[in-house]
Design a protein around this ligand. Structure first.
Ligand SMILES: NC(=O)c1ccc[n+]([C@@H]2O[C@H](COP(=O)([O-])OP(=O)(O)OC[C@H]3O[C@@H](n4cnc5c(N)ncnc54)[C@H](OP(=O)(O)O)[C@@H]3O)[C@@H](O)[C@H]2O)c1
Length: 223
């Protein structure tokens, strides 16, 4: 049994990954701002015979991370951190508000960095573990009407590739995951995707990630 932290675990891909790992018998720490969806996922995992802990935490806030993760970080070993939580804004650049830009950069970039800084020392102390960052094909190339989201995912890719180099020669593995569109609540507030029925289901993508994860530097679900 592994102990796995998944951010953004209440919905979409994070939820699907949590259920996959829960079914395998791993204990999953479910992180997100809203406790209700996390509690629902915890129940879904319990129905499958697995176990989970729901932790309400805003990953953009380092104090919140310290306060909410503190109690179990002192007692539990962590095998895998999946930085999955993310958000986007879509449309031409001049249509974004300052708040939207701030939220995308704070969640996708700083949230990933904040969680990694909170957990990496534990992995170093243990002498092993894995960091997995959910990026997107938006971390591979520019896309029309996705400039700020793409910028945030290029940043996460750069962060991930740098950590791979920094941790080379240790037993801490760092993995970047790239996928195209998934039909999740991510798209609820925008009409950027016209036909969501053509997107992959997050369950399918989660299954592929769990199957393919052997601690390698990159997992490409799509390119
Ligand atoms: N959907 C796609 O087409 C697609 C494609 C490629 C990559 N991705 C990436 O896949 C990841 C998961 O996205 P998804 O599609 O599953 O979207 P989603 O259903 O909207 O999930 C995002 C999750 O992140 C959580 N979250 C957002 N801000 C947070 C914060 N500050 N602190 C903690 N949790 C936060 C949300 O929960 P709360 O609101 O409760 O905090 C939500 O559960 C993201 O990194 C996204 O960029 C998505």
């Amino acid at each position: 049994m592994k102990n796995i932290i998944i951010t953004g675990a209440g919905t979409g891909l994070g939820r699907s990954l949590a259920i996959q790992y829960g079914k395998k018998g791993d204990h999953v720490f479910l992180v997100g701002r809203r406790i209700e969806p996390l509690e629902t996922v915890k129940e879904e995992i319990a129905i499958c015979g697995g176990s989970a802990t729901a932790i309400a935490c805003d990953i953009t806030n380092t104090k919140d991370i310290q306060n909410s993760l503190h109690s179990f970080l002192e007692t539990d070993r962590i095998d895998l951190l999946i930085n999955n939580a993310g958000t986007g804004c879509f449309g031409p650049l001049d249509t974004y508000s300052d708040d939207e830009i701030e939220q995308v950069l704070a969640t996708n970039i700083k949230g990933t960095i904040n969680m990694t800084r909170a957990i990496l020392p534990l992995l170093v102390e243990q002498g092993e573990g894995q960091l997995m960052n959910v990026i997107s094909t938006a971390g591979l190339r520019g896309k029309k009407n996705e400039s700020v989201y793409v910028a945030s995912k290029f940043a996460v890719r750069g962060f991930t590739e740098s950590l791979i180099k920094e941790l080379e020669g240790t037993a801490i593995q760092v993995t970047a995951v790239y996928m195209g569109g998934m039909d999740t609540p991510f798209w609820d507030e925008t009409d950027h995707i016209k036909d969501r029925s053509r997107l992959k289901s997050p369950d399918t993508v989660a299954e592929l990630i769990v199957d393919q994860n052997a601690g390698q530097a990159e997992i490409f679900i799509d390119r």
